[in-house]
Design a protein around this ligand. Sequence first.
Ligand SMILES: Cc1cc2nc3c(=O)[nH]c(=O)nc-3n(C[C@H](O)[C@H](O)[C@H](O)COP(=O)(O)OP(=O)(O)OC[C@H]3O[C@@H](n4cnc5c(N)ncnc54)[C@H](O)[C@@H]3O)c2cc1C
Ligand code: FES
Length: 297
Amino acid sequence: MMSDRLSRFEIVTRQDFSDVTYLLEVRHPLMAKAARPGQFVIVMAHEHGERIPLTIADYDRERGTITLVIQAVGKTTREMQQSCKLGTTLYGMVGPMGIPSVTSHARKVVCVGGGLGVAPIFPQAKAFKQNGAYVIGVLGFRSKSLVFWEDKFRACCDEFIVCTDDGSAGIKGLVTEGIRLALAKHADIDEVVAIGPPVMMKGCAEATRERKVRTLVSLNPIMVDGTGMCGGCRVKIGDAVKFACVDGPDFDGHKVDFDDLMSRLRRYRDEERVALERWSESCRLMNQEPVLPLTGS
Ligand SMILES: Cc1cc2nc3c(=O)[nH]c(=O)nc-3n(C[C@H](O)[C@H](O)[C@H](O)COP(=O)(O)OP(=O)(O)OC[C@H]3O[C@@H](n4cnc5c(N)ncnc54)[C@H](O)[C@@H]3O)c2cc1C
Ligand code: FES
């Protein structure tokens, strides 16, 4: 694991996919060299910033960059949305963290991404394809205007199913509908990999349970140190307690206690709301508009 607090990490590309989702391509040649699908980094945007885990959504060893795709959901991700412009730098970045995903064994695989999970599933879909698998991509968005990276997924998927809540692109329905279509068409799927909000990953695991198709999910509990020391990212997997930062983040979806994960994620909701309100107020005092209106989320 590498850490370099003294050199800052330049943002060489900034792209906004919607008013809440943005991409940062960050220069870090060593990280780009070491990164594997399924791994993540812990980022500090500035010296006094919170450390937040973000999945390595892509890496380019020749350019010496890694790509992060971020959803502005709270104080830090909204602050970064405002401050992380092209040419600015991130203060700290530690990683790559987590056990890389295994992508060498499956012959036919379904890669599922929804909401936050669309970008993080991309390196896995690409790696499965490079290892010779038949890849079926299933991506879920609320509506057509939020769809991104369709070209990148089409380039590495043999079949590609877009699902939208309102039916404005692809099929109308949740990603679980896409999984059901894939399972009905192919009797020989070895594995389903799903990344997204816990409730979505829970639905994906239920969609494959009866057919007993191995289903991996990438868990996103609250992380603090990312080293297995603090216990913040504790998750229940069958009878075992695991730490997602060092034992994961990929786990067998049929064994994950999603209800426990969701209740732990809700634990700091009041503190998160207060932090967001304080930041919005400081933006107001400095005559700067916060990027998004407060929603109380
Ligand atoms: C392994 C892993 C990979 C992730 N990859 C991505 C990614 O690629 N893109 C992305 O947008 N988000 C990703 N996340 C989630 C991201 O870390 C949180 O959205 C972010 O920390 C929220 O911070 P905030 O201050 O903006 O929001 P807050 O208001 O502090 O929190 C909003 C919600 O984010 C979650 N959260 C808060 N703090 C943390 C934390 N320290 N660790 C994990 N979750 C937290 C909680 O569910 C919380 O309810 C990942 C999380 C994990 C654990
Ligand atoms: S984040 Fe502290 S143990 Fe995983």
